[in-house]
Design a protein around this ligand. Structure first.
Ligand code: CMC
Length: 434
């Protein structure tokens, strides 16, 4: 709920125009200045590249306090959800606002489970890709293509249609991600199994082959389910804002989610989990950490410490804290406690957190710092890390998309600009151009 505080901020432009801008308050977090009437009253826009001071929407789903390192979904802390809940329960919470009762949970699990298969024709789409394609490239294409399969019967204004699209996307993303992997290793696609949990089913589709029995290791399934929970939503980040922007035009949700996957892939966003593993492998030995830290501090090197820093968190990312503890537990359970990459990561964190450069800029490990180490221990190749982030984040994207469509204040997303190009000039015919 947002409320007027009854207060306003007064802005006077250099040419003497004044705007009274209402100050609104949310339930938690800083108040906002409502600038919607600014252009009408002053003829000026605000300028905020990267949206560092802009709230683009009202939302009821997720709250982050970046200074304190707090993340809440519908009011519940991420630490509690990660340790006491499971992924599909968190999906229900994000989508519907409440944790499910037993009956609601059974129904929701059924709704997701019975949408896990893909139209058989989709199998042929994969064959158009090179075998060495990155799974994220394949996912962008295949998820976008779902819009062709669910087009005629989808009215985004209809709540029930949106719910079905939501269930389909949450259900089919693991199938698509696992197929993207199978395609690159030349193994047959594995159909989903409805008797398995969400995480178990993904592991089954990733790792089973027709010639052998595959038993899902419960330690693997539990660890993966926790990783899914920790990636489920994160308010108005780049990929979620992309999904909202695409969705604001009334486009198909499948196309909007494909755009979200594209935005997630970049190394500044979800692509960082793969980049962290590459970096840890490159470091190779704790003795080389100082050399890499120096490179990260050198602006000319073009190198950043991957898995470090965050636009919102100026404190430890609470997801990274849970993952750090998880990494210790899971690796010990799997008999891999002496994993050399974990040792490098721990040492890197320790040294960086005592280095003035990182302390001054409040750069802490983020969610991507430890997740790859766990995924690697589960046998998941690093090229699949961001694909796993994407499948887990799909619920956040669709929850935010649905919320946007229901929002009476929603408009097509259409930022303005500060134009710095040529002034108006006359066209010069080709034979007169020098
Ligand atoms: N290594 C070295 N220096 C850094 C790093 C880093 N990882 N991150 C930020 N800085 C420096 C940056 O150079 C700048 O220094 P100065 O003030 O001297 O110019 C200062 O810290 C502020 O950085 P910024 O680029 O203005 O901050 P931002 O909010 O625009 O960027 C970020 C946030 C996450 C893109 C950035 O911290 C980064 O590139 N981190 C590495 C990539 C990464 O781990 N991304 C995952 C983010 S969390 C999960 C997700 O979103 O998917």
């Amino acid at each position: 709920m947002t409320a007027s505080t009854g207060k306003s901020a007064t802005l006077t432009t250099p040419d003497g125009k004044t705007a009274e801008l209402p100050v609104l308050s949310g339930v938690l977090g800083p108040n906002v200045i409502d600038i919607r009437k600014l252009y009408a009253s002053t003829g000026m826009f605000t300028y905020d590249p990267g949206y560092t001071s802009t709230a683009s929407t009202t939302s009821h789903i997720t709250y982050i306090d970046g200074d304190e390192g707090v993340l809440l979904h519908r009011g519940y802390s991420i630490e509690e959800l990660a340790t006491k809940s499971d992924y599909l329960e968190v999906c229900h919470l994000l989508l519907n606002g409440e944790l499910p009762t037993s009956a609601e949970k059974a129904q929701f699990v059924r709704d997701i489970t019975y949408h896990t298969m893909l139209h058989e024709q989709i199998h042929f789409l994969f064959r158009g890709f090179r075998r060495d394609s990155h799974p994220m490239a394949v996912m962008i294409g295949v998820v976008g293509a779902l819009s062709a399969f669910y087009y005629e019967d989808l009215n985004v204004e209809d709540k029930h249609h949106r719910m079905i699209a939501t269930h389909r996307l949450i259900a089919k993303l693991p199938t698509i991600a696992a197929m993207a992997y199978k395609y690159t290793v030349g193994q047959p696609f594995v159909y989903p199994r409805n008797d398995l949990s969400y995480a178990e089913n993904f592991l089954h589709m990733m790792f089973s082959v027709p010639c052998e029995r595959y038993e899902v290791d419960p330690v693997h399934a539990k660890a993966l389910d926790r990783i899914f929970i920790l990636h489920a939503d994160h308010e108005q980040n780049a990929s979620t804002s992309t999904v909202r922007l695409v969705g604001s035009t009334g486009a198909s949700p499948y196309a909007a989610i494909a755009a979200g996957i594209a935005a997630l892939w970049g190394p500044a966003h979800g692509g960082a989990n793969e980049a962290v593993l590459t970096m840890l492998r490159e470091i190779g030995d704790p003795s080389r950490i100082p050399e890499f830290l120096e490179k990260a501090k050198d602006k000319d090197s073009g190198f950043r410490l991957m898995g470090f820093g965050h636009r919102v968190y100026k404190n430890y990312d609470p997801r990274a804290q849970v993952l750090k503890e998880s990494a210790d537990q899971v690796l010990a359970q799997l008999g891999k406690a002496n994993n050399p990459l974990l040792a490098i990561a721990r040492e890197l964190e320790k040294i960086a957190l005592s280095d003035d450069y990182f302390v001054k800029r409040k750069l802490f490990p983020n969610v991507d710092f430890y997740s790859g180490i766990i995924l690697e221990a589960l046998g998941i190749p690093s090229k699949m890390f961001t694909a796993i982030f994407a499948l887990a984040r799909t619920v956040g994207w669709v929850a935010q998309w649905d919320e946007m469509i229901e929002d009476p204040e929603q408009k097509i997303g259409r930022p303005r600009q500060l134009y710095a190009g040529h002034d108006r000039r006359e066209f010069v015919p080709l034979d007169q151009r020098g």
